[in-house]
Design a protein around this ligand. Structure first.
Ligand code: ATP
Ligand code: MG
Length: 230
């Protein structure tokens, strides 16, 4: 009797999405991504810095290019972490449904897991069109000091997870830099250096636009040295 060869079912890649303003990225973000990746057996986590976030549109947010590059610096050493420009390259305000659609269209093979802290989870649940998110990704709400991790009774759509408490926020990091206090060990070393290099957050109440930068290209790669005519 001939037997049909047994092919094991192909496991779909599991892709975490960590959305945030990342102004700047800090160890609370990185621990959240790492813990969810381990617990949910994720193959990768992609960090997605927001464009102009609608929740914060009344506040100053640093230029997207700085937030993107700090996120790249912070995640570079982890082969399972990457950074996507989908939100910063899409004009207009950032909506999670668009983020999920864009990432899914780039990775149609993957199952998506959207990672969010307790405070952002609470906000998501109050959105008018929250139902349109279900089915696009599984949501993982993680604990965050100072915020209640509420169980909304949506166990098919949302999982809740306790992670090591990191009482760090980007707001606090910005305030510390403005006050001349250190942010060492709250953010990755490369991010401390990046903040110093561009003088970010020094004048926290001031005009962020003066820190505006174009995507960084080293001058030596940009321009050929002047040819000598003689
Ligand atoms: P800000 O103070 O500017 O709002 P933030 O520290 O809240 O910055 P965001 O970029 O707003 O950082 O957050 C991105 C995501 O990371 C959100 O889902 C948020 O809940 C989560 N998050 C941020 N900090 C922590 C933390 N310390 N522990 C767990 N989750 C966190
Ligand atoms: Mg926040």
């Amino acid at each position: 009797m001939t037997q049909t060869p047994h092919t094991p079912p192909v496991r779909r890649p599991r892709l975490g999405i960590m959305g945030g303003t990342f102004d700047p990225i800090h160890h609370g973000h990185l621990v959240a991504a790492s813990e969810v990746a381990a617990e949910f057996d994720l193959d990768e986590v992609v960090f997605v810095p927001t464009g102009q976030p609608w929740q914060k549109s009344d506040k100053e947010v640093s230029p997207a290019e700085h937030r993107y590059l700090m996120t790249v610096v912070a995640t570079a050493s982890n082969p399972r972490f990457s950074v996507s420009r989908v939100d910063i390259d899409r004009p207009g305000q950032t909506y999670t449904a668009d983020t999920l659609d864009d990432v899914q269209s780039l990775r149609p093979d993957a199952d998506l897991f959207f990672i969010t802290g307790a405070d952002a989870m609470e906000q998501i649940m109050t959105w008018k069109d929250v139902e349109q998110l279900w089915g696009k990704a599984h949501f993982v709400g993680v604990s965050r000091p100072g915020h209640e991790l509420t169980d909304f009774g949506l166990s098919d759509e949302v999982s809740l997870m306790e992670i090591p408490a990191m009482a760090i926020s980007s707001t606090d990091c910005r305030d510390r830099v403005a006050a001349g206090k250190p942010v060492w060990y709250l953010v990755p070393d490369g991010v401390v250096q990046y903040i110093g290099k561009y003088g970010l957050y020094v004048d926290n109440k001031g005009d962020f636009s003066r820190h505006n930068i174009a995507p960084y290209v080293p001058a030596s790669l940009n321009n050929r040295p002047e040819e000598d005519d003689e």
